[in-house]
Design a protein around this ligand. Sequence first.
Ligand code: ADP
Ligand code: MG
Length: 568
Amino acid sequence: MAVDGNNILAESLKKQGIEYVFGIVGIPVIETSLALQAAGLKYVGMRNEQAACYAAQAIGYLTGKPGVCLVVSGPGLLHCIGGMANAQVNCWPLLVIAGSCPEDHEGIGGFQEWLQVESSRMYSKYAARPPSPRLIPLHVEKAVRYASAGRPGVSYLDMPATLLTAEIDEDKVPLDYYNAGPIQLAHPNPELVEQAADLLSKAERPLIIVGKGAAYGRAEEAVSKLVEATKVPFLPTPMGKGVVPDESAYCVSTARTQALLQADVVLLLGARLNWMLHFGQPPRYAPDAKVIQVDISPEEFHNSVKSEVAVHSDIKPFVEALSRKLSEKNFSLAPTSSWWQALSEKQKKNTQFVEEQASSKLLPLNYYAVFKAVQANIPRDSIIVSEGANTMDIGRGILLNNKPRHRLDAGTFGTMGVGPGFAVAAAMWCRDYAPDKRVICVEGDSAFGFSGMEIETMFRYKLPVIIVIVNNNGIYGGFERQVMEDLQASGDLAQCTPPTALSTEVRYEKMMEMFGASGHLCRTVPEIKAALKEAVKVTDRPSIINVLIDPQASRKPQAFNWLTESKL
Ligand code: ADP
Ligand code: MG
């Protein structure tokens, strides 16, 4: 029997274990999407390729298998490029598949013709166009392997219209290329485990940093046991939150600056010493701090600072081996140690500041009061999606994660506009794997604007995402209505409208009315509580809770002006 490129592609993806596809169809991939559904894959049609690409990479992070993003040629693929870069930078598995114009139209101005493989190369680990229908399975296998193996990342497959429709005898297509078993975890060199245990057990002020590599590596049980047994303070990175519960007594997020500044030995588990961790350098770390770095990607070693011990290993087997060694040494940090006492003191002080802000009775609300109300009224162990500058930064400390891979945010690339796409993916995952779990998407008003139309996708697929928009009329900060009117009356609109401003008191919750439902507008804590109570009851559509806050509200003053500090 004859099969065409579309069916070969669909069947090979299925054979490689792909489960979800997010995309937007058009020429030449409409038939492709139908073939994918016919092969038993789940296809979610989105409203913007970038959001589809974010959704596909979030499902990759959540499931450990790459999600597919399916798009049309030229502009369709180009709209994905930001998403591909985000996945590469986050080290998340993703497979992008784009249709492209018929090969005999190339070079003569084909419809949406573009150098797609070349354009993708910089944003992926592997980018190729299968040369014939018979070789589609080979390239699918390779693309999935590259996206998932070692440090995860992006693969791109280019599918010309001529390839998608080309037919070939079914018997000539090896669908399950190689039929190889899963790649085994990389185990650590025992000598390095010994060195790491030695260094850690002799430290006076040890600190464990838990990154999203540990979350991706499913190391939660091993890392939690290590922390519990050694009582070493730990700091999660934003998406490392929940590998060990935020509520653990050993979590020192509330004394983060001090913990980094004074640690003498840092055990780095699946995190990079990039901008998020202040490059591991002074003035944010002690000049003689020693780093034990554990990563699946040896290219990462000694990046930014030289590691004292660099262990090429999957997090899980390393941490298990380290725990055994440390228990042989009977190592455990005393709660009465001066290190714990210094940290606890700082934790108390910082917690008190947050408590005061969060309990403020002033209106309009500040961020802290909003997040306290959200945290108190959402189901435990919800997946938190979050973005927006202040919204994400302040929310991170108050919205707790006690389960791994339960926080999705702007990530290593600091990308705004990821929220709705991530939330669609997370809600699909919940429906299939954790039906009682909820997705709470906490967005700044600016961040929400990038992909707000995905609310239609959520309605179409009946995804009960609760979107909380923390609305301050702008980017970072906004302006009050009267201030904005006065400013705009003072001259040419394009010269006197502040670039950080958005329209004031926008009624985002009214987007619900487009679908015959209604949203929630809140200005007070009791209103937030009531809105969340209602929203939690709704299980077959999204909800929007629009919280108008003080446009001037901001963050606790920081000890370091770190995003712009420079040594040049
Ligand atoms: P964070 O944003 O939490 O600091 P990063 O994305 O900077 O985390 O770093 C994650 C690191 O984890 C990357 O260097 C990646 O190579 C590594 N990594 C990913 N999966 C694993 C794994 N299973 N075992 C070990 N390291 C991993
Ligand atoms: Mg804002």
